[in-house]
Design a binder for this molecule. Structure first.
Ligand code: ZN
Length: 284
């Protein structure tokens, strides 16, 4: 993979630094990792130990923070299960609170509040919620072309002949499509990767829809790819990986502008935002 990155042309110094750091992370997790007996699912299978302080560099700190976050989340889940196991209302309510607590952004208090709301609702209202959850899991699937979420074989965007069929915007998740569509400023197609290359989470290029994207570019006459992965280390690394895969293909690869957000003020912009804004300045 490092060879693929390093063979890219036209990378700026900052991009090269990002690639180098990304490759180092990947090689670290591949060569060291965590012991096979480690129970953390995202880091299982390597040799790095949580208490190892012999190599206290940035990469080791990253891996340790990952493990700490995992154990913190596991302790919180266990705590909620313990507290809700013997709920005064009975096991069914305890189970409902536990399930609500597994939702993102929902703590123990919020889970109890939601469970109390369900208990005070009518049977019809509670069943309507249960049916909606069941139905969405049955009917919603991936678009066969762009991997966006849809109830049909092709999503609404892919089947719209009025959209530009030669421009594809590459995003990490279906929710990114929703965000970009809300702008109303884009009329091309999309390609949902299903995540980003994240060595520390055990996510490699083969876990994403990158081969399908390459196939689309080569078979469907795509003339421009707009990289809209998140502006993070892993998002930028994923975009550069795809760029290098397609460096010999006749396709223009661009990425979203970054820097100062519209409506914000310079005073509150961080260093990275200001650097990006200066680098990407435009003719007034
Ligand atoms: Zn689609």
């Amino acid at each position: 993979m490092e060879r693929l990155f390093s063979t890219g042309t036209g990378c700026t110094g900052q991009e090269s630094a990002v690639v180098a750091h990304f490759c180092t992370e990947l090689s670290l997790i591949l060569t060291r990792g965590l012991p096979a007996t480690h129970s953390c699912p995202s880091l299982r299978g390597g040799k790095t130990r949580v208490g190892d302080t012999s190599n206290n560099d940035a990469r080791t700190v990253l891996a340790k923070n990952k493990v700490r976050r995992y154990y913190h989340a596991r302790r919180a889940t266990r705590s909620m299960k313990t507290e809700t196991h013997d709920h005064p209302y009975g096991k069914a309510v305890a189970k409902l609170i536990e399930e609500f607590g597994n939702l993102p952004g929902i703590g123990r208090k919020s889970a109890e509040r939601l469970a109390n709301h369900i208990l005070s609702s009518s049977s019809d209202e509670a069943n309507a919620l249960a049916d909606a959850i069941r139905k969405v899991k049955i009917s919603v699937k991936r678009c066969s072309m762009c991997f966006n979420l849809t109830e049909d074989t092709l999503c609404r965007i892919c089947s719209d002949a009025r959209r530009d069929q030669h421009v594809v915007c590459v995003v990490e998740q279906p929710k990114d499509v929703v965000a970009l569509e809300s702008s109303g400023a884009y009329s091309g197609l999309y390609h949902v990767l299903g995540g980003r290359i994240a060595p520390l989470d055990g996510v490699g290029p083969e876990d994403l829809t990158i081969p399908q994207l390459v196939h689309r570019v080569r078979k469907q006459g795509i003339t421009e790819l707009v990289m809209a992965t998140n502006p993070t280390l892993e998002g930028d690394g994923t975009a550069l990986f795809i760029t290098n895969l397609l460096q010999n293909d006749n396709v223009r690869i661009t990425r979203l502008a970054r820097g100062i957000a519209s409506g914000s003020v310079l005073e509150f912009a961080n260093r990275e935002m200001l650097a990006d804004a200066l680098k990407g300045r435009q003719q007034f």
